[in-house]
Design a protein. Structure first.
Length: 326
């Protein structure tokens, strides 16, 4: 029996901070009972799911698909930026499911991209439309840094499941080099995720203070505080942090677009950049995205959009993943 016929469905988008769940009662029906739970409030994903089903008054689903923020390479799943770990087979048995599919959360988000409504895509330079039947890239700073993409194949889209957030971050200016040296001394390998994430924003701010020789006592700022002080009060050190964040994101996104040949466009997901809209479009992101020497002209023709939606589109991507499972 195809999973496309198994309903009702439980759909999940599980990040390092929040788990988002939705319910699809029948084929073609809209998602219902969408709810966001804090991962820290539940000892395991099984307890979070049970809490969701009980609190929403839902029956047992027949099928489920969970997009989760970690590599999914077999039965054993262990999150990268949270302590949840589980066996896919054991979870399926525990929930009494006829089918359970677990995929990377950005694979789920990538699967939703072809169906995103126009008003949920905020343009950040380049043409309004991407090339037809060309690869599409996806990157998203949040609790971690998600990376994925879509490849066209015989009229369908094939999602990529990779861990591109852990590529090595590169400096181009003296200030960037000094800043990354501070981070390297503290952490060893400085990946893109080490800077392009919520914790990364905090670590970047602290590293820049160190480079400036700022030894004045200060309570460490969290990512929300850095963003608020930068955008609402124009505080110089926080603005400098956001500026470097946007530049690094542009550089990594440009590398991704070149690697995939993403002439179909690049999407930015995750929870951080949508909160920067109004400022981000005029930041150094687009300049750095295109600043690839002879291939600047190539990237100038690649549109970039920030995904801005009320509910996680990865839930729809999880539904599509079930439709494709036989």
């Amino acid at each position: 029996m195809s999973c496309a016929t198994l309903f009702p469905r439980l759909l999940g988008d599980v990040g390092g901070t929040n788990a988002r769940f939705g319910w699809q009662a029948a084929p073609g029906q809209a998602l219902q009972n969408i709810r966001v739970l804090a991962c820290a409030d539940h000892a395991g994903i099984d307890l979070a799911i049970e809490h969701y089903l009980h609190s929403e008054g839902l029956d047992r689903p027949r099928a489920a698909c969970l997009g989760i923020a970690c590599p999914v390479t077999g039965d054993s799943v262990r999150m990268t930026n949270h302590h949840w770990a589980f066996s896919v087979q054991a979870l399926q048995q525990q929930l009494g499911l006829q089918a359970l599919r677990v995929i990377n959360d950005f694979t789920a988000l990538a699967l939703s991209l072809p169906d995103l409504p126009a008003d949920s895509k905020i343009p950040v330079g380049g043409p309004l439309r991407g090339a037809e039947q060309a690869p599409v890239a996806l990157i998203g700073p949040g609790t971690g840094l998600g990376v994925s993409g879509l490849l066209p194949s015989q009229g369908q889209w094939l999602p990529m499941a990779g861990e591109g957030g852990h590529v090595t971050l590169a400096a181009r200016t003296a200030l960037e080099f000094e800043t990354l040296q501070v981070l390297q001394h503290r952490f060893g390998h400085v990946s893109a995720e080490r800077v392009l994430s919520g914790q990364g924003l905090e670590d970047l701010h602290a590293a820049l203070r160190c480079v400036r020789g700022d030894t004045a006592p200060q309570q460490p700022l969290d990512a929300a505080g850095i963003t608020r002080l930068a955008l609402q009060q124009g505080e110089s050190s926080c603005l400098q942090t956001l500026d470097m964040f946007a530049v690094f994101l542009g550089r990594v996104a440009g590398d991704l677009a070149l690697t995939l040949g993403a002439r179909g466009g690049l999407f930015i997901g995750g929870g951080i950049v949508p909160r920067l809209l109004g400022w981000f479009e005029h930041s150094g992101f687009r300049r750095e995205f295109e600043d690839k020497g002879r291939y600047g002209v190539y990237l100038a023709e690649v549109p970039v959009w920030v995904i801005h939606t009320e509910h996680s589109p990865a839930l729809w991507g999880a539904a599509r993943a079930l439709d494709q499972l036989h």
